[in-house]
Design a protein around this ligand. Structure first.
Ligand SMILES: O=C(O)C(=O)C[C@H](O)[C@H](O)COP(=O)(O)O
Length: 212
């Protein structure tokens, strides 16, 4: 039986790669999640960027028990609450405000709030949050930024996301303050639209192997 994450650390520990997916058609959600799970990636971040996103989370939560589905692109409290109602097991935001941090905590779900600077990371640390998303990773300094941050703030752990590929992921995963990396490269729009689930599984398998 799947154990659901109870903390940000549990979310970071799901797999070396967190697939970030954009679901345009709700019918794609279940086969997509099954394809990722089959490749060894149980954690799935469904971005709240499409009208289908909340229904997609609901379907995966109900129909794919091996998956751990979370909501991404959470930018306000209403979305955090709606994602929790839909069955999300964790929340991810691209950036954070005190209001959003509170709203995410109110859901009772583990969350990875996003940061892109030292001061933003320190503000969340003051709230007791030590597992964060680093977004947009490549545009904000990449692996070199996180390596520098580990000096003054070694208590923080990150899921860097944004512009990361299968080729650059190992640079991040080699860092002591990186738990996993996020990315959309496992589920390109053309593969999803064409229902090419075997290829998604293949990409997921390669990504899962980055942790070994
Ligand atoms: O929507 C969010 O919550 C985000 O933070 C953005 C996503 O994580 C990135 O868009 C994924 O990055 P790519 O792998 O470069 O596509």
């Amino acid at each position: 039986m799947t154990t659901f994450p109870r903390s940000g650390a549990d979310v970071l520990a799901l797999a070396p790669v967190m697939p970030v997916v954009v679901v345009e058609e709700v019918e794609h959600a279940v086969p997509l999640a099954r394809a990722l799970v089959a490749g060894g990636l149980p954690g799935i971040e469904v971005t709240l960027r499409t009208p289908a996103a909340l229904s997609a989370i609901e379907r995966v939560a109900e129909e794919v028990p091996e998956a751990v589905v979370g909501a991404g692109t959470v930018v306000n409290g209403e979305q955090a609450a709606a994602a929790a109602r839909a069955g999300a097991r964790f929340l991810v935001s691209p950036g954070c405000t005190p209001n959003l941090a509170r709203a995410m905590a109110d859901t009772g779900l583990p969350a990875l709030p996003g940061v892109a600077s030292v001061s933003e990371a320190m503000a969340l640390l003051e709230l007791g949050l030590t597992e964060l998303k680093f977004f947009p990773a490549e545009a904000s300094g990449g692996a070199a930024f996180l390596k520098s941050l580990n000096g003054p703030l070694p208590q923080l752990r990150f899921c860097p996301t944004g512009g990361i590929t299968a080729r650059t992921a190992p640079d991040y995963l080699a860092l002591p303050n990186v738990g996993c990396v996020g990315g959309s490269w496992l589920t390109p729009a053309d593969l999803v639209a064409g229902g090419r689930w075997d290829t998604v599984t293949e990409l997921a398998r390669e990504a899962a192997a980055l942790g070994s």
